[in-house]
Design a protein. Sequence first.
Length: 346
Amino acid sequence: MQTAIYVLLIVWLNGFWASLQPPQTGQSVRIRGICFDVTTAVYLPVRVSAQVQGQTVLLGEADKEGKVDLCLPIAATQITFESRGYHTVTMPVKVIDTPSDKAAFMFSAYMSKTDSARTWQMTQLALSFSFEQQAGFKYTIESKSTNPKVYTQRTPHGNNVGAGDYREMHLKNWRVWPSFRVEGAIVGPYRVVVKACDDRVVLDETFTVGEGITFKELIPREAPTTSATSPVGSLDKPISMPQNRLLFFGQSRYELTNEAEVQLDSISTLLIAQPDWKITITGHTENLGERKLNITLSEYRARRVASYLRQKGIAEGRMRVDWKGPGEGGRDQSRNRRVVVQFSEN
């Protein structure tokens, strides 16, 4: 009798443990992101789970820096973020088709403390572009909704963002985007058109964005031209000098966010394609606390950006690193937690 009970207990425990494990490779997609305190923009230690076929599946936890990097089951219908002292956040999720093993998506979640009101979560469209890295592209992301609901929310970085801001988005300068996230997307049909350097359409897809987070991998229908006249480094069309790029950081942090890494990937691609270009990297901080510490933090931020670009193959001699410490005062200090990347020619 005891033997039978032990056997049943082992079977039950095995089934329970299996229900808590992430799915096997091929049944899931890789997602990376950060959960913020909506008031301070500080990264939070979170526990992440998902609803899969009526069961709660534990996906994992954020690392010591507050970054989440895990696998989401394709069959998941909801994702949940939990952090001690904060309201639990649950968002619907939708994975379109079956992404390839190369696909990787970005997301974010805003969390508020339990002694304050719950934070509204904006609809997100997470795109993964499975394109050749040596080629450049021009992207158009357009909502086809005829009567969208427009919401506005102030993000942790001090930006007023609403769904209406993303009815149509053009990403030019022939950047290569491994992934991209539209925060404040409109629920309904979207169209994405991607053109190669020679103006050929390599992708034209229409799909539907749902509530919460929608994940979609985009794969070109034909290989982009990579001959001597087409790569980014020798386009028939001249590339104009880009405007300054702004990279934002969490409060008292110098680690790069996912959004910053995407921008730096784009910057490195442009610099490799344009060997006569140089950049100036300038670190800033908010005007709070001890000035000496803020100057050190602004230096760390600038040097972290330069280090990332060196890893991408950008020579140190093409980068000038500077730091300014605290910026101007005011109510919106989050805009001062930044690094500015300015382009110039030799």
